[in-house]
Design a protein around this ligand. Structure first.
Ligand SMILES: [Zn+2]
Length: 270
């Protein structure tokens, strides 16, 4: 059985580029190989659907892009970061990037697969970040998308839940209607899974490089996470449970700083 599973993994890997790394080598040193069994287009179309639904709902509640100044600021910072994404993967310049701001008291921001960015006003109002600090948060979120952490998580969870045979049938289109429906349901369930700690570290490191290359001060990552950890007193924001701003995290960022500061100086000189 184990042999069969291994053989299937091999076949799937060959067929759909299963074990690969999503991004090029860069100063941040993020180059782990990833299990990416679900097709990229599948994950992207799901995220597009979900993003459009979010925009529609926010529009209905009159909470979408209600603050023109905040929107302009978030778009300016995001666009500077996005301009640097081809350093990590050339295809990112063809992504249909979208940047929106939702009026919502939660401290939160995300970038969905394929470049769909959302920043909540709670992040801006409660944290009161500088432009550099805001760039660190958005750079972190963009890095999750560049690394396709969502697709990786869904691939892992899918294999655990349904097994490789179901995945193979789904991916090759040989599955019956029921299997395809199950696959779709599975994907929806896995869509919201939190990032692993490894993925968080990668997003921190790549995000820091993105920030520096875009001409924002990478050292602001330290003040950002320190201040973030103090938000909310004994009722910290949910964002912090996925993004604990502990000493290990700050040390890891600090260690990369000698490599990041020259990139920042170069970007500023341009
Ligand atoms: Zn994260």
């Amino acid at each position: 059985m184990k042999k069969l599973t291994l053989a299937l993994v091999a076949v799937l890997s060959l067929q759909i580029g299963g074990c690969a790394t999503t991004t090029s080598k860069s100063a941040s040193g993020v180059e782990r190989r990833q299990l990416l069994l679900l097709p990229e287009r599948h994950v992207e179309s799901m995220s597009l659907q979900s993003y459009q639904q979010t925009l529609k709902e926010a529009d209905g509640k009159k909470t979408l892009n209600t603050d023109p100044a905040a929107l302009a600021r978030v778009r300016e910072i995001s666009n500077r970061l996005i301009a640097q994404t081809p350093v990590f993967r050339p295809d990112a310049k063809n992504w249909k990037w979208e940047i929106n701001v939702e009026k919502n008291n939660q401290v939160n921001a995300y970038c969905m697969p394929g470049g769909k960015i959302m920043v909540f006003t709670g992040l801006i109002d409660q944290l009161k970040p500088t432009d550099d600090e805001l760039a660190v948060v958005i750079g972190h979120e963009i890095s999750h998308a560049l690394r396709e952490h969502g697709r990786e998580r869904m691939s892992q969870a899918y294999v655990q839940q349904f097994g490789l045979q179901a995945l193979a049938a789904f991916v090759t289109g040989s599955a019956g209607t029921a299997a395809v429906q199950a696959a779709g349901m599975g994907s929806q369930l896995f869509f919201a899974l939190p990032n692993s700690r490894t993925q968080e570290t990668e997003a921190d490191r790549m995000g820091l490089e993105l920030t520096a290359r875009a001409g924002y001060n990478p050292e602001s990552a330290i003040s950002l996470w320190t201040r973030m950890s103090k938000l909310g007193g004994n009722k910290p924001p949910a964002y912090l449970s996925d993004h604990p701003a502990d000493e290990a995290r700050i040390n890891d960022l600090q260690k990369l700083m000698p490599k990041m500061l020259p990139l920042y100086e170069q970007a500023k000189a341009k």
